[in-house]
Design a protein around this ligand. Structure first.
Ligand SMILES: *Cc1c(COP(=O)(O)O)cnc(C)c1O
Length: 389
């Protein structure tokens, strides 16, 4: 049997060799520390779990959910946007519930782009923007994010013939994997640009609530008139340690929200209503003290990593958000060589930057979602290994 031709378009799995080395080290009894995965290690707050338990026990929640998100969930999301960003949203026409942002990112791509269309994708980036555009049969135009451009795409560099066919522009700030942040001025420029070229601006705000040294990320929808061209993905996964729960929302541009709703009613049946109720509890039970506590933890871990990198003569500015540290490989190694080196020589897994796009070559990503004692141990081992370079 042969799979659909589109499956061959997907990029090859890049971690084969890395996985082989990890398994080999584990088989020899080594204690391997994985700093490669961005998934919060701390539990979901207790009051959210209790809200789920209560909601799960109600029989009316056992039936099919509202495909677009329950009216109360969508109202809570719009109230949250108003409280958090001073953005006014119509809950019914400008918000839609999602089974995690990933689902919405994928389905919006299918709703917006097909053969002949172009999707503008920054790189290095979260792989879903690229892979879904390819699966949907669209062409991808990559926008390099480099240290030189502050990890912000240079929209003036896009050729006119590409712009003519472009349907969507992805942006993701605070950024995975680079940890970079964007200002409201950058968002203003992007909104103007997309208005001028009739492109849907798609903002992935997965790391909205993570901020260090007092930093607080803005929403693209804070820009005057942004809703004319912009849709934003807000996920509960990272801020509330709820990656396994699968709940998020897309908000903003009506056309995009409606298109997502149409895709969803043909593809899935929405988020378990009990999970939506728990998400309402998360957003309405004064979340800022929890964010503060969580951010203090990540900031302390960030400083552990930065200090260790400093001792390894790797100097990077301290990121203001996300739980990633993005840094150049030591000793002029490629990303892949460096991640294999650290598994072999330190039993520490760090993500090769090149797996997030060609401009990630020569970089590595450390995730801070690992207990602090383990992180300290991992950094000590990396420092010792790098002395043997
Ligand atoms: C984690 C992550 C997501 C996925 O969020 P879910 O809501 O859990 O699907 C989306 N975008 C980026 C950039 C991420 O890092």
């Amino acid at each position: 049997m042969k799979l659909a031709a589109r499956m061959e378009q997907l990029p090859p799995y890049l971690f084969l060799e890395l996985d082989r080395i990890i398994e080999q080290q584990q088989a020899q009894g080594y204690d391997v520390i994985n700093l490669g995965i961005g998934d919060p290690d701390q539990p979901t707050p207790q009051h959210i779990i209790q809200a789920l338990q209560l909601a799960a026990s109600r029989p009316q929640n056992h039936r099919y959910p509202n495909y677009l998100g329950s009216p109360s969930f969508r109202r809570v999301v719009s109230e949250w946007y108003n409280q958090r960003f001073k953005v006014v949203l119509d809950p019914l026409n400008e918000t839609v519930g999602l089974i995690g942002s990933k689902e919405g990112i994928a389905h919006l791509t299918w709703a917006m782009a097909g053969p002949g269309d172009v999707v503008l994708v920054p790189e290095p980036s979260y792989p879903v923007y690229y892979t879904q555009a390819i699966l949907a049969g669209a062409d991808v135009h990559l926008l390099p994010l480099t240290r030189e451009n502050g990890f912000l795409p240079d929209l003036t560099q896009i050729p006119t013939d590409i712009l003519f066919r472009a349907k969507m522009l992805w942006i993701n700030y605070p950024n995975n994997p680079t940890g970079a942040v964007a200002s409201l001025d950058f968002y203003r420029g992007a909104v103007d640009f997309c208005r001028q070229h009739d492109i849907l601006l798609c903002s992935d705000l997965a790391y909205a609530e993570i901020g260090f040294d007092g930093y607080r990320a803005p929403s693209v929808l804070e820009v005057e008139g942004a809703k004319d061209v912009a849709v934003e993905f807000y996920s509960l996964s990272k801020p509330f340690n709820m990656t396994g729960w699968r709940v998020a929302a897309a908000v903003g541009n009506r056309l995009a929200v409606e298109a997502l709703g149409t895709m969803k009613s043909n593809l899935d049946s929405g988020v378990f209503t009990a999970v939506q109720e728990a998400a309402e509890t998360a957003l309405t039970t004064e979340p800022f003290p929890f964010f503060q506590k969580q951010n203090a933890l990540y900031q302390a871990r960030r400083d552990i990593v930065l200090n260790a990198l400093n001792r390894m003569n790797i100097e990077i500015p301290a990121p203001l958000s996300t739980f990633y540290i993005w840094f150049p490989t030591p000793g002029n190694m490629t990303s892949s060589e460096a991640s294999q080196f650290f598994v072999q020589e330190a039993n520490v897994v760090v993500a090769p930057g090149s797996s997030y796009g060609p401009s990630g070559e020569g970089w590595l990503r450390i995730s801070l979602t690992c207990p602090s004692e383990r992180l300290i141990e991992a950094m000590n081992r990396m420092e010792a290994a790098s002395k043997r370079l």
